[in-house]
Design a protein around this ligand. Structure first.
Ligand SMILES: [Fe+2]
Ligand SMILES: [Fe+2]
Length: 328
């Protein structure tokens, strides 16, 4: 048996028939219910490699109260020690936890949270250096001051460096926001070269700032969650407010540039139904919204293909949002 405080078994490596004795983070729980032999409950477990369902089967020895008590002792985002066995249920792997066979699920003191949330494949410090170079390349002194207001601030830097870009969508990993910001900035930089009519500094400043609200939208523990202000206000509006306040704190910051940058953050999702309170009203705002959309779509396609290839030999998979995805 594996020493349960020792090497971590990763979700992505689990196979049918494997004995599990390891730690996972709970992403959600389903309330206990009755089944033929007693009461059971379901958990969605995760680590940095993926997610898997687990079912606790109380059996005939445990009454409803005992199962409920165990269920109440663990909650979402707790790290739990799980001993169980992997089987296949409806074409998906699942961990069965049967106390009659010595299986357990219990709250754990295991504290290496890096096991539970994936980190960007790119080096975080190297990405921060790329970001700093992008700031230095802004010729307009007001806009460079605005960028330094954020990116030269130690506290903001530290949060921006590790922030994810999402919970479930593209770049949902530590450093994901940095990756997404640099990718969006690169596409905008290319467009600024191709279209000399564009205000390069305005476009690139908007690109670097467009998702800064995400440092207040997400919180990383043993998983990625949304903060209360993230849920109630959202990063588009929070980012617009942050940019507006920062411009106001810089003496002599031009009013029109302030409004344009706030507009670019607010319209960066392109459409009202995608969470933007305004649609893009000038070319730099349109380029930014399209670049944002492009990185998100490409990254989603790449991850859909990669994920599907680990679980099927078929040529195609289907995604509710993106339709048919060709896997060869
Ligand atoms: Fe966004
Ligand atoms: Fe974005």
């Amino acid at each position: 048996m594996v020493d349960h405080m020792g090497k971590k078994q990763m979700v992505a490596d689990l196979k049918e028939g494997d004995e599990v004795d390891s730690h996972f983070s709970i992403s959600y729980r389903k309330y206990p219910r009755a089944y033929r032999d007693g009461h059971s409950f379901e958990l969605r477990l995760q680590d940095s490699s993926g997610q898997i369902n687990a079912v606790y089967w109380g059996g005939r020895e445990q009454d409803q109260g005992a199962v409920q008590e165990l269920y109440d002792s663990i909650k979402e985002r707790d790290v739990v020690h799980v001993r169980g066995k992997v089987s296949i249920f409806r074409d998906a792997l699942q961990i069965g936890i049967d106390p009659g066979r010595g299986h357990v699920v219990e709250k754990s003191a295991f504290s290496d949270l890096s096991c539970f949330v994936p980190t960007s494949p790119r080096d975080l410090d190297e990405m921060m250096r790329e970001l700093d170079r992008a700031v230095e390349q802004i010729a307009n002194a007001d806009m460079r001051s605005l960028l330094q207001h954020f990116f030269a601030d130690e506290g903001f830097r530290a949060r921006f460096r590790v922030s994810p870009a999402a919970i479930t969508h593209h770049c949902n990993r530590i450093g994901g926001l940095l990756e997404h910001t640099l990718n969006t900035h690169s596409i905008c930089g290319f467009m600024a070269v191709r279209y000399s009519e564009l205000d390069r500094d305005l476009l690139l400043t908007g690109a670097l700032l467009h998702d800064i609200g995400k440092v207040r939208e997400y919180v990383v523990t043993s998983g990625i969650d949304c903060t209360l202000e993230g849920r109630l206000v959202g990063h588009v509006v929070m980012g617009g407010q942050m940019v507006d306040e920062a411009c106001g704190s810089i003496p002599g910051f031009p009013g029109i540039t302030r409004l344009k940058l706030v507009h670019m953050v607010l319209s960066s999702h392109g459409k009202l139904e995608c969470g933007s309170p305004k649609t893009p009203s000038f070319p730099e705002a349109t380029v930014l919204a399209q670049a944002d959309q492009m990185t998100a779509t490409v990254e989603k396609h790449i991850s859909l293909r990669a994920e599907a290839c680990t679980r099927t030999q078929d040529d195609w998979t289907w995604d509710r949002e993106y339709g048919g995805i060709f896997l060869r």
